[in-house]
Design a protein around this ligand. Sequence first.
Ligand SMILES: NC(=O)c1ccc[n+]([C@@H]2O[C@H](COP(=O)([O-])OP(=O)(O)OC[C@H]3O[C@@H](n4cnc5c(N)ncnc54)[C@H](OP(=O)(O)O)[C@@H]3O)[C@@H](O)[C@H]2O)c1
Length: 325
Amino acid sequence: MKAIVCTKYGSPDVLQLQEVEKPAPQDDEVLIRIHASSINARDWRFMRAKPFFIRLMPGGFLQPKNKILGADVAGRVEAVGSNVKQFKPGDEVFGYLPSATGRGTFAEYGCANENAITLKPAKLTFEQAAAVPLAAITALQGLRDKGNIQPGQKVLINGASGGVGTFAVQIAKAFGAEVTAVCSTRNLEMVRSIGADHVVDYKKEDFTQNGQQYDLILAVNGYHPISDYLLALKPEGTYVVAGGSMLQLIQAAGNKKRNTNAGAQKTYIASLAQSQKDLNFVKELLESGKIMPVVDGCYPLNKTPEAFWYFEKEHPKGKVVITMD
Ligand SMILES: NC(=O)c1ccc[n+]([C@@H]2O[C@H](COP(=O)([O-])OP(=O)(O)OC[C@H]3O[C@@H](n4cnc5c(N)ncnc54)[C@H](OP(=O)(O)O)[C@@H]3O)[C@@H](O)[C@H]2O)c1
């Protein structure tokens, strides 16, 4: 089968289209004929080995251990292992693979544990479905599990126009929150169109210094010192960091330690946990029309390096999708 192989750490030019062995499913796995995948910041980090400690994790110190990148998947089940109960050949599925499997989805076929996937909502194309899983579940778990989001709360999403942020805006609205979305000028209309009640252009205004306070802040990108975030948070508010600068993450981790018993403002770092239950929750939101993926563009598998250059340089609106057909 054809796959994009990350031959060494570096720029998107290290990604090569190669012929590799088609994977075979284990007893609890399904073999998926992949129709689409999408790029997440995680893939970019594994390609660039940024931050450096990626090399100390399963990434591989001198060269990538998992040479096929890609986590999100949408496709059709081609075969099932002997213990698989939930799926049969022909089912249209979507989901995402944990990074530890060593098998990526920028490929024509992939194997997934049956608990990593679910049936694709019929109204979504494969391209749309592939744009959803990892980013939407990160947003859901950050807002609901760490942020304890409640109806009527004032919620701010910093980094609202990217992969995670576009889902965070819609999921926060689905939970009944009043949402302020922070992004750059060119994306203000888009985040309004997906439901943001208020928008802040980070190029023109610093939301931490305008006197507004929020019940919940989800920081998906950017950098503000922790002291500024706490200034923009109500006295009992919650601050959740999903991404952004390394300093932003380190400061949040430090503040979380200090604040363990404080009971007032809370600080959390979102960390994605594999959950079929959450995937099904996201599926229901999709089916009810409460959320829809924002797809910036689709690239065929052989143009994956171009897709990564675009992802790296252009701040995509929502997700960049890779198609196999
Ligand atoms: N913790 C976890 O488990 C987990 C899981 C998934 C992802 N993540 C992390 O979450 C982050 C978000 O990923 P993503 O896929 O949504 O895309 P992303 O490309 O990292 O973020 C895009 C968003 O950030 C905004 N942005 C870019 N530069 C900014 C700046 N200097 N200041 C403020 N905002 C800025 C963009 O706005 P404009 O385009 O309008 O400029 C856009 O809204 C990544 O760092 C990723 O590693 C964490």
